[in-house]
Design a protein around this ligand. Structure first.
Ligand SMILES: [Zn+2]
Length: 268
């Protein structure tokens, strides 16, 4: 198993050495690990990650990875358990001013937000049971990202939320590309996200694109890496035009900068 020291918000690749005809399964603190075969005949991999908010406070939090390898024709399975320390990342706090309706939504807005949370839940549940990605991730726009993942944001003077994505300074109308191959599972306007596209890359891994001025894809559509998804804009809860790009693995929000550095092309 590879990770020994994990920082909240980090994506991880877990490698297990087992023959190709073995059945490998596991879990990590309530998340199922879904293994896929690698290039090497005895390599199995699973993607995993720790949510950005997983470890508040200064102390490391212990978590356990459990992996079971079943060999065909054998009754006994090999089980491995490893305790992993999760360390908090160090995040800044910043202040922003947005339209008041985004900090204190009225009853109609709250109804809309609740309905949209169900729509998102359905989209998240629609992940493929096999990898759909092809090689490494690529940045969705040719614009400078800001180093803001994990920042605690005071919105209009109230601590509102941890920033769970990467912002690119993209002028309205900038073409936004799929960060990797996958299937569109959501493409519609949402209250906070604005015009939003979510692409499923399989095994619980999804990329989210927010605040578009225009959406060019439909739910159910297969997209290749680099395919145009729409145009960036300033819809939803924003202070100005930009692209918010987020990566989600089984409910955990991961640092897109680290996902861009994952060497997925070396795995399979
Ligand atoms: Zn953002």
């Amino acid at each position: 198993m590879t990770p020994a020291f994990v920082v909240a918000g980090s994506p991880e690749i877990i490698r297990v050495t087992a023959p190709r005809d073995a059945h490998v399964e596991g879990d990590w603190d309530g998340h199922a690990l879904q293994f896929f075969p690698g290039h090497a005949t005895d390599a199995w991999y699973a993607l995993a990650g720790v949510d950005v908010e997983a470890a508040p406070g200064p102390a490391a939090v212990a978590s356990t990875i459990r992996i079971t390898v079943h060999h065909p024709g054998h009754d006994n399975a090999d089980e491995v358990r490893q305790t992993i320390a999760i360390h908090p990342a160090h995040y800044r706090t910043t202040s922003l001013t947005v339209a008041p309706k985004f900090v204190e939504p009225g009853p109609d807005e709250l109804k809309r937000i609740a309905a949209e949370s169900e729509i998102k839940k359905k989209a998240y549940a629609g992940t493929a049971d096999r990898p759909l990605w092809a090689g490494d991730f690529a940045a969705p726009v040719a614009a400078k990202p800001t180093d803001s993942f994990g920042t605690r944001r005071m919105l209009n003077g109230k601590l509102a939320a941890v920033h769970k994505g990467m912002d690119f300074r993209a002028a309205s109308g900038t073409v936004v590309h799929a960060g990797n191959a996958g299937t569109v599972v959501l493409a519609q306007p949402l209250y906070y996200e604005g015009n939003c596209v979510i692409v499923d890359h399989g095994l619980g891994l999804m990329s989210l694109y927010m605040h578009f001025s225009r959406i060019d894809v439909k739910p159910g559509q297969r997209v290749t890496k680099g395919q145009r998804l729409g145009l960036s804009g300033a819809t939803g809860r924003v202070t100005g035009p930009h692209l918010h790009w987020a990566i989600r693995w089984q409910g955990a929000m991961l640092d897109p900068a680290k996902v861009l550095r994952l060497k997925l092309s070396e795995l399979r």
